[in-house]
Design a protein around this ligand. Structure first.
Ligand code: SF4
Length: 397
């Protein structure tokens, strides 16, 4: 059974297809780091050095640490590092990293923490048998004395999450399970995130009960991933940072055509067909609006004359007028009240129907027990379907 990590499970949650490419098919992609990840690694290197040196009684000055950071930046930088946000340069990111380190240094100097671990390589069991393991990679673990421990995580991202997001965070919470299991005096384990670009610290804590629930939920999530049979692509803004964009069915066509000269681009079969469909759809929409307007005029005309049929040269229009009734829409309180009323009156059976859409969703997500799912198989038929929907091009960030 593979050892799971937060990034592995998060990859699946972000996009099952990306998960498949990366962890099942193990498709090798040309190593092309993004500048955000590169800057994050260099800042982590510098803070790791700071604490490793402190363990050996070497207290780096801020200038020395920044020198180390800039040396590492220059040594590791390669021109294929991707800068997705075109309005910024590598220099903007390098300076941001410098500022992250300087703010951190000035805030915590003289670094009196009792550090137990730096960049740990451990794992915690998700199940009692130890079959499912979870990587524990703490940036830093501190012993604060009297049964208090702190797990520290450095973040260099450009957005500051809300406190409730941190109170739900899975990664560090699972690390605290490891701390509780390995330090028997651990009474309080605080989770500390350093949002370096904002010079802010966010903290959270979990009860033993919350941690056990989280362990159970994570185990279930891992089992779902392992047993997954389908890996649909989930398109999102994160696609811009995905290494598999060129082979992903959501983007591969763009990769094939975007470098073509304008004339060839316009003439490429796919581009031509989509453009044709877009033009026709626009015409159809205008035509539908016109048809609707003429229909309304005809209905008014028929009402005025008090007739039900209006004759043209080669066709006639039948107009039937009736009064219809409407009931509350699905998922409203009124709809629920109506259902309850019919149930109380013993009339529900006469109007209820099998919700095929809901049933399909349950079968797809395997929400019911294996036994009933197997028995339902008798009534299912695999059908290949294709749907087509025109959409506006998403503007790249
Ligand atoms: S490009 Fe987007 S949709 Fe495609 S695999 Fe990557 S994350 Fe998924």
């Amino acid at each position: 059974m593979p050892t799971f990590s937060n990034s592995r499970l998060s990859t699946y949650e972000q996009c099952p297809l990306k998960y498949k490419y990366q962890y099942i098919d193990k498709i090798k992609v040309e190593e092309s780091n993004t500048v955000e990840a590169f800057m994050g690694s260099r800042v982590h290197d510098a803070l790791e050095k700071l604490y490793r040196d402190l363990k050996l009684q070497k207290h780096n000055m801020l200038e020395e640490l920044l020198q180390y950071y800039n040396d590492q930046w220059a040594k590791n930088w390669t021109d294929d590092i991707k800068i997705v946000r075109k309005d910024y340069t590598a220099e903007n990111y390098r300076k941001t990293g410098e500022k992250c380190i300087a703010d951190y240094y000035n805030k915590y100097d003289p670094f009196k923490e009792r550090v137990l671990g730096i960049e740990t390589v451990e794992y915690v069991n998700l199940d009692p048998a130890g079959e499912f393991k979870w990587n524990v990679r703490m940036d830093r673990l501190d012993d604060c004395g009297q049964g208090r421990y702190e797990i520290h995580d450095y973040k260099t991202g450009g957005s500051l999450p809300r406190q409730d997001h941190m109170d739900e965070d899975r990664q560090l919470a699972l690390y605290s399970l490891w701390v509780r299991e390995n330090f028997k005096d651990a009474e309080k384990v605080e989770l500390v995130w350093h949002y370096l670009a904002f010079d802010r610290e966010l903290r959270s804590e979990r009860t033993a009960e919350q941690l056990e629930n989280l362990r159970e939920e994570t185990l279930q999530a891992v089992k779902n991933v392992i047993s997954a049979k389908e890996f649909p692509a989930n398109e999102s803004n994160l696609c811009n940072w995905c290494e598999y964009k060129n082979i992903c069915p959501k983007w591969a066509h763009l990769f094939k055509v975007e470098a073509l000269p304008p004339k060839e681009f316009k003439e490429e079969d796919g581009v031509r067909l989509v453009d044709q469909l877009a033009d026709l759809s626009t015409l159809q929409k205008a035509l539908n609006e016109k048809i609707e307007a003429v229909k309304q005029d005809l209905i008014e005309y028929a009402k005025m004359l008090g007739v039900e049929v209006v004759f043209g040269s080669a066709k006639k229009a039948n107009i039937s007028m009736s009064n219809d009734i409407a009931f509350p829409a699905k998922h409203t309180d009124e709809r629920e009240e109506l259902i309850q009323l019919l149930k109380r009156e013993g009339l529900w059976g006469e109007v209820e129907d099998l919700d095929i859409f809901a049933l399909k969703k349950i079968v797809h997500n395997r929400e019911w027990g294996e036994d009933i799912l197997v028995r339902l198989g008798k009534y299912q038929e695999e059908k290949a379907t294709a749907t087509l929907r025109l959409a506006s091009l998403r503007k790249e960030e």
